[in-house]
Design a protein around this ligand. Structure first.
Ligand code: AMP
Length: 307
């Protein structure tokens, strides 16, 4: 049983109030697969890069047990590039540049060895490509989680809606939930999304935590109050990777398991924002993950004797 992760593998240039980076390694699938690798031993990656992408970064993923056989390297082409600038509050950002490069004609190939996929993470990518991956799997996975962003809502809404209809869990942030549904109230927005196909919706609210909706139930996970948020890039993908990685490791898709998975995802995301890019995630070990999850448990645990 394997976990398949698709999404961008990218170069990012990031500007935050704390500093600025040149091209560093990023990408939705990079963050998601790295985070998931702390929970599940069999992670298969499908993505594409150009010949400008460093072998070191591929080795970094392989060292975490990620199978990169499905990562296409296009000779003579350039890797996807994204540049973003965060505002003072770190909860909002402007995209300064998106260069699709290799992504513009990406045709995902699913290696035969990936066909045992039971958990599928559709990381942020063109919705048509996300859809083609679902179609190219011989059996529908037990759970399909999809992430997306405002960029695709602006240029590919029709395909996005069709793809959303095919998944089990959608993860988006609060602004994206409003943009997708036209509802300001997140509860109303959630109700609408749950009629569009997904049985579960996760709305990420940055430093204000995350909400998990299912039927008439809602679960809230806080974000860890951190003294300093250094760089929020990849926090959403890291959250998604921790979320699906935990579910895959327990092989369960119940609402109770999803609640726990939201906490694991939040714990991974809280580490991600502590340094630029993937730096903090790369430095972690299993004990770090467990102790961070314990902090979340302590943060929300209380006793009330109701009469
Ligand atoms: P997040 O901060 O979780 O929203 O994800 C940031 C990552 O998403 C960066 O590493 C980017 O390379 C990647 N990214 C930015 N724009 C896009 C896009 N339009 N499609 C796919 N990935 C993107």
């Amino acid at each position: 049983m394997s976990l398949l992760v698709i999404g961008t593998v990218a170069f990012d240039a990031i500007e935050t109030p704390f500093g600025k980076t040149d091209k560093i390694i990023g990408g939705a699938a990079t963050y998601a697969s790295m985070a998931a690798s702390f929970f599940h031993p069999k992670i298969n990656l499908v993505s594409v890069v150009g010949d400008d992408f460093p072998q070191d970064a591929i080795t970094m993923m392989q060292k975490r047990g990620i199978n990169t056989d499905g990562l296409q390297i296009k000779q003579g082409e350039k890797t996807f590039f994204w540049a973003g600038k965060y505002h003072e509050d770190m909860n909002t950002r402007d995209t300064l540049d998106t260069q699709l490069n290799v992504l513009s004609n990406f045709d995902p190939v699913i290696p035969e060895a990936y066909q045992d996929c039971e958990f599928l993470m559709l990381g942020n990518l063109m919705p048509s490509i996300q859809m083609s991956v679902i179609q190219r799997l011989k059996n529908r996975p037990k759970l399909i989680v999809m992430d997306t962003m405002n960029f695709w809502m602006e240029i590919a809404m029709e395909e996005l809606i069709k793809t959303i209809a095919m998944v089990d869990v959608l993860t988006i942030n609060d602004a994206e939930a409003r943009q997708l549904t036209g509802e300001y109230s997140l509860v109303k927005a959630a109700r609408k999304v749950l009629t569009m196909g997904p049985k579960y919706l996760i709305i990420k609210k940055g430093e204000h935590g995350a909400l998990l909706f299912h039927e008439n139930q809602v679960f809230f996970a806080p974000a860890l109050p951190l003294e300093e948020v250094f760089d929020p890039t990849g926090a959403g993908d890291t959250f998604a990777g921790g979320f699906i990685g935990h579910l895959a490791s327990t092989n369960s898709v119940s609402f109770e398991s999803m609640k726990r998975a939201v906490i694991y995802g939040s714990a991974m995301a809280s580490y991600c924002v502590e340094k630029f890019g993937l730096e903090r995630i790369v430095s972690l070990n299993d004990e770090d993950v467990e102790s961070r999850v314990q902090q979340f448990v302590d943060l929300v645990q209380f006793d009330i004797a109701l009469v």
